[in-house]
Design a protein around this ligand. Structure first.
Ligand code: AMP
Length: 515
C-alpha cells in the first residue's frame, strides 16, 4: 500500500504534509520549498508548467497562465463571483454545456477540476519523489464554507490523478488539529483563516482529545487576491492621473502590476513603506513609461480596511450560533498567509480582546492537520483524537411559493441524517418533484440549487393523503445525499446530489486519459 498525504490545496499556494511515525511533517516541493504556487501555465511550445516555474513566466504569458483556479471550483459561469473574477483574470473563461465556469485555452475548454488536478499531480509527484514511494491516498482540505458543489469538484480533481480521497476536511478544523496535537491542552479556540481566496471562522472546543466544532462561518470569496486587486486598482488610477494612459486593458502590464502589488503587500507586513518600480510598463510616441510609486502601510490599510471589516459580521454570527462570547475564547489561531497583515492581526486582537497565538506557521498548519487526520482515519491516533465537525450551510428543499424548508440546519455535527414527511398538493398526483437546495435564505430562489429529483409512481389518492418521507444525509466529507420514500407503496428513490453541476463519471474518465 502506498503513502497517504495531507494536501492543503490553496487558492494561491498549496502545501503537502505526511505523518512520520506520529509526527506531521511538511513535504518540500521539487524546488525544496514548503509551499507551491497553485499556478498552471501552458507555453507556446505546448509545455505545461506547474508551481514556481509557471509563476515565473506568468508575466510573459499571462493569457495562458491559470492562477486562483480554486475561486472557480464548483461555480456557475453566470454567478456573481465568476462575473467579478472574469474582469480580474487575464486568461479567458467560458460556459460549459451544464452552465459551469470553465477555462478557455486555444478554443479548448478545460474544467477547473482538471486544472486543479494538474496541480495535485505535481504535488503527488513531489511527495513520491520525497518519500521514495507511491502515494495513493489523501486527506484534502477545503474552506469550511465550501458548499456541496465545491467539495465535490475538489474530490473529482483528486480522482483524476488517481488519488483516493479518504476524507475532505475543513481547513480551520485541520488547523485546530495541529494546534491541539501540539499543545495537548483543553481549550475553546477561534480559528480565523484568510488565505488567497477564501475566509473562514471556526469556533471549536477541545476537550480531552475530542475536537468539537461549535460553529463555522465564512465567505468563499474574500481573500488575499482581493487585497492585491485593491493595490492594482490604485496603481492603475494613479498612473492614469499622472500620464492620462489607461493600463486596464493591457494584459502584460496588468500581470506585472499584479505581481508587484502582491509583493508590496507582503513587504508592508514587515515594513512601513514599499517602493513599486515597474520600468517600461508601456510605451508611446513620447517614449517609454515607468511606474515608480511609494506605497505606505497606512495607504494600504486605507485601501483595504473595508475588506478586513467585512470579516467581522461572520465572526459575530459564528459566536451567536455557538452561544459564545469573546470572553469564552481561550485562544485565537490565525491561519492563511493573508493573516500576516498587521491590520488583520490588530483588528482580530481588538475584536477578541486577546493576542492571537504567535508561534504557528499559518502556511503549514492546515496541511499538517490533514496529515494528522490521515493518521486518525488509519487508526494510528484513533484513541487520541475524535473529530466532530459541522456542516457550514443548511440543507433543505423548495416548497410552494418559493419557501425554503430546512431539513438540516447549518452547524449540525456531521455525519448526520434527518427525515421529513411531505405530501401531494393535487388530487391523484403520481409524481413529486423534490428540489434540493443549500443556503440560509428563507426564499428558495436565493439559495443554491443542488439537484432536482422525481419521486414517481405514487399511489393515486386525494391531495394531502400520500406521505413521502425525504431523508437527507450529510457524510463526513460534508457532502449531501438525499433519498425519498413513499410511505404507503414503500417505493424508494435514492439519488446522489450532483446531477445539475460538475463532471460526470464519463467526463472524469476522459480527463484521466489525457492527464
Ligand atoms: P495561503 O492561501 O494561506 O497560502 O495565503 C496566500 C495569501 O496570503 C496570498 O494572497 C498572499 O499574498 C498572502 N500573503 C502571504 N504572505 C503575506 C504577508 N507577509 N503579508 C500579507 N499577505 C501575505
Amino acid at each position: 500500500m502506498g503513502h497517504i498525504i495531507g494536501i492543503d490545496l490553496g487558492t494561491t499556494y498549496s502545501c503537502v504534509a505526511y505523518l512520520e511515525g506520529n509526527e506531521p511533517r511538511i513535504i518540500p516541493n521539487l524546488d525544496g520549498l514548503s509551499t507551491t504556487p497553485s499556478v498552471v501555465s501552458f507555453t507556446t511550445s505546448g509545455e505545461r508548467l506547474i508551481g514556481n516555474l509557471a509563476m515565473r513566466q506568468a508575466i510573459t504569458n499571462p493569457e495562458n497562465t491559470i492562477i486562483a483556479i480554486k475561486r472557480l471550483m464548483g461555480k456557475k459561469f453566470n454567478s456573481e463571483e465568476v462575473n467579478d473574477t472574469k474582469n480580474r483574470i487575464l486568461y479567458r473563461l467560458a460556459e460549459s454545456p451544464n452552465g459551469d465556469a470553465v477555462v478557455e485555452l486555444d478554443s479548448r475548454l478545460i474544467s477547473p477540476q482538471e486544472i486543479s488536478a494538474m496541480i495535485l499531480k505535481y504535488l503527488k509527484e513531489c511527495a513520491e519523489s520525497y518519500l521514495g514511494d507511491k502515494v495513493t491516498e489523501t486527506v484534502i482540505t477545503v474552506p469550511a464554507h465550501f458548499d456541496d458543489h465545491q467539495r465535490q469538484a475538489t474530490k473529482d480533481a483528486a480522482k483524476i490523478v488517481g488519488l483516493e480521497v479518504i476524507r475532505v476536511i475543513n481547513e480551520p478544523t485541520s488547523a485546530s488539529l495541529t494546534y491541539g496535537f501540539n499543545t495537548k491542552k483543553n481549550a475553546t479556540i477561534a480559528v480565523f483563516d484568510i488565505g488567497g481566496g477564501t475566509f473562514d471562522i471556526t469556533l471549536m472546543e477541545i476537550n480531552d482529545g475530542i475536537f468539537q466544532v461549535l460553529a463555522t462561518n465564512g465567505n468563499t470569496y474574500l481573500g488575499g487576491e482581493d487585497f492585491d486587486n485593491r493595490i492594482l486598482d490604485w496603481l492603475i488610477d494613479e498612473f492614469k492621473k499622472e500620464n492620462n494612459i489607461d493600463l486596464s486593458q493591457d494584459k502584460l502590464a496588468l500581470q506585472r502590476i499584479k505581481e508587484a502589488a502582491e509583493k508590496a503587500k507582503r513587504e508592508l507586513s514587515f515594513t512601513l513603506e514599499s517602493e513599486i518600480h515597474l520600468p517600461f510598463i508601456c510605451s508611446e510616441k513620447s517614449g517609454s513609461k515607468h511606474i515608480r510609486k511609494n506605497l505606505t502601510r497606512k495607504k494600504l490599510e486605507e485601501l483595504t480596511r473595508d475588506l478586513v471589516d467585512k470579516a467581522l459580521p461572520f465572526i459575530e454570527q459564528a459566536l451567536n450560533d455557538s452561544k459564545l462570547g469573546c470572553e469564552n475564547i481561550d485562544e485565537v489561531i490565525l491561519v492563511g498567509g493573508q493573516t500576516r497583515m498587521p491590520l488583520i492581526r490588530k483588528t482580530i486582537t481588538e475584536f477578541f480582546g486577546k493576542e492571537p497565538l504567535e508561534h504557528i506557521n499559518p502556511d503549514e498548519i492546515v496541511a499538517m492537520g490533514a496529515a494528522i487526520q490521515s493518521g486518525i482515519l488509519k487508526g494510528k491516533m484513533k484513541d487520541l483524537i475524535l473529530l466532530l465537525d459541522v456542516t457550514p450551510l443548511s440543507l433543505g428543499i423548495d416548497t410552494e411559493n418559493d419557501i425554503f424548508i430546512r431539513i438540516i440546519e447549518k452547524n449540525t455535527t456531521i455525519p448526520c441524517k434527518k427525515s421529513r414527511s411531505f405530501t401531494t398538493v393535487e388530487h391523484n398526483q403520481r409524481r413529486v418533484k423534490v428540489k434540493v437546495l443549500q443556503g440560509e435564505s428563507e426564499k428558495s430562489s436565493e439559495n443554491k440549487p443542488l439537484a432536482v429529483f422525481d419521486l414517481v409512481g405514487i399511489e393515486s389518492a386525494s391531495a394531502g393523503v400520500p406521505q413521502i418521507d425525504v431523508t437527507f444525509e450529510i457524510d463526513s466529507d460534508g457532502l449531501a445525499k438525499v433519498s425519498a420514500k413513499d410511505v404507503y407503496t414503500g417505493k424508494e428513490q435514492k439519488i446522489e446530489v450532483r446531477p445539475s453541476f460538475g463532471l460526470t463519471q464519463e467526463e472524469i474518465n476522459k480527463i484521466i486519459k489525457r492527464t
